[in-house]
Design a binder for this molecule. Sequence first.
Ligand SMILES: C[S@@+](CC[C@H](N)C(=O)[O-])C[C@H]1O[C@@H](n2cnc3c(N)ncnc32)[C@H](O)[C@@H]1O
Length: 476
Amino acid sequence: MSADAKTTNADPEANRAIPRMMSETDMSIVRMAAGLLPENATIIEFGPWLGAVSAVLAEYGEVHVVDRFIWTDQNESRVPGVAAVGESFKFAFENFMRLSNYKAIIHVADMREFKWLGKKIDLCMIDAPRKSNDLMGCLQAIASSLHQDTIVLVKNGFNPQYFDMMALVEVLLSQSIFDLIPTNQARWCNIAVLKSGAKFGRMLELKNSVDIFDDYPIRSGTEDAWGGSMLAMARIAQYVHKLDWEKAYDELSNTKPDIENNYNWDIQSNYIGLAEAELGKMVEFSEHLSLHNDPAMNSEARIPFEKSPALARRAYWKHRKSKHWRDRIVDRQTMERVFSENFLYWPAKLEQKIQQRTVLEIGKNLDLSGIGYCVAGVECYVGIDTRKDWLPEYNGGMRDPTRDLPHWLNEALLDLVVVTRLVGFGVPLRNIDFCLVDAADNTSLEISELLRKYFSKNSPSTEFIIIEDSVPSRRL
Ligand SMILES: C[S@@+](CC[C@H](N)C(=O)[O-])C[C@H]1O[C@@H](n2cnc3c(N)ncnc32)[C@H](O)[C@@H]1O
C-alpha cells in the first residue's frame, strides 16, 4: 500500500457510498489485479466517473485519473442531481474522494488527446472508451511508459456489444503486445485483464486508424478469457457491420472450425445492427459460418448432396475449401434451381471419378451445370455451351456458331478460356481429365470429335464420357 496515496484516515465505508457503475464481480477482478502490483505502484485510470474505483485503486499506489468530467443525460438518469447536464462534475469527484480520504491526481482531458509524460505505469484501468480508436488513444497515451509487468484492465474488452473495441483486444493479444492474465472470471464479467506481452514495445508502432485491422488478419486460436473464440467473432462482426462481405468471408476462413462458434456467433450477431435490407446477406453469412464450424464438414463422410439443396450447399462449401470465398458460395435460390432442375444427377453419378479433377462439359443449355459439378467436388469446370443465342456474347461476336465454332476451336483451342454463364469456373482448355459430351446435341458431338483428335495427340489421358440424358430432361 502506498503511504503517499492513502491518507491515514482513509475510510472504506465512505468509499462504498460513492456511486459506481462497475459491478461487485468487476471490482473483485480489479482487486485481484491490483493485488499483483509492487509497493507504491503507479496507477492510471481512464474514466473514473465519481471515483468509486479510484478509491479502491488508491489503496495500492499513486492514482492518476483522466476524465473530461462532463455530466451527461445518462449520468443524470443514473444518479440525479450531481451536476447540471453538460457541466463539469469534477467537483463531485473531488468531494467523494475527500469523503473517503483517498487521494487521486486529476487530469482533466479527453482520452483521445491525453498524453502521459510521467513514470512507468504499473496498472492502467480503462473504463471510458467504447470504440477501438478511443481504446487505442488511451493505450497510445501510455505506450512509452509500459514496462514488462504493466497490467491493463479494459472494461468491456470482452463485451460483444462493443465488438469494435473487442476486435482491437484481439489484435493486441494476437500480436503478443499483451497477454491475458488468467482470472476464472464469470461469463458476464467482460473486463479484459491484460499484462505486457513479449512485444509490448510494438504498442508504439500501431497506427490509430480503421485499417489497422486489415494489417492484422485474425490469428486463429487467440483465446478470450474463457478459452473460446469470441474475439475472432468480434473481428468478423466488424466487417459484417461495414458490409465488407469479402473481408468477413476471408476472415471466417482464418478461424479454426469449432462448433462452439455457432453459439458464439448467435450472441455476437445480435449486436451488429444491420439495416433490414442487409439481413438476407447476414442470414446467408451466418449459414456459411455454421457450415465452416460444423464438424461433419471436416470428416471424410460423403455428403449425399443429390438429396436436397441444403445438402448440396454443404457439399459445395466442403469441396471448395481452398477456393476464394466468392467461389465457395452459392445462394439458396440458385442451389434450389440446381437441385430441382436435375443439375446434380450426373455429378452424383460421376462423383467418384471426377473429384478433384478438371472437367470439360460440352452441351446445350448448360446453365447451372457447372455448379452441380462443383458440388460434386471437381477441381475445375469448363463448359462449352452450344446454345446459339448466347454464344456470340462469349466468343467474340460470332454470328453463326454452327459454321464458326469448329474453325474457332481449331484456331484457339490452346489458350481460349471458355466459360458457361457462370463466372469463376473458366479455365484454359488444357489438362482436361474428363470431357463430358451431351449425346442429344449434334453440335456438341461435332465439337467433341474435333477435341478427340486434338486430345489424342496432346492429352491422350483425357477420357470422353457421353452423357445420355436419361434423367427427366433439364434441356430446353
Ligand atoms: C462508464 S463511466 C466509468 C464508470 C466507473 N468506472 C465506475 O464504475 O463508476 C465512463 C467515464 O468515462 C468518461 N469519459 C467518457 N468519454 C470520455 C472522453 N472522451 N475523454 C475522457 N473521459 C471520458 C466519462 O466522463 C465517465 O466518467
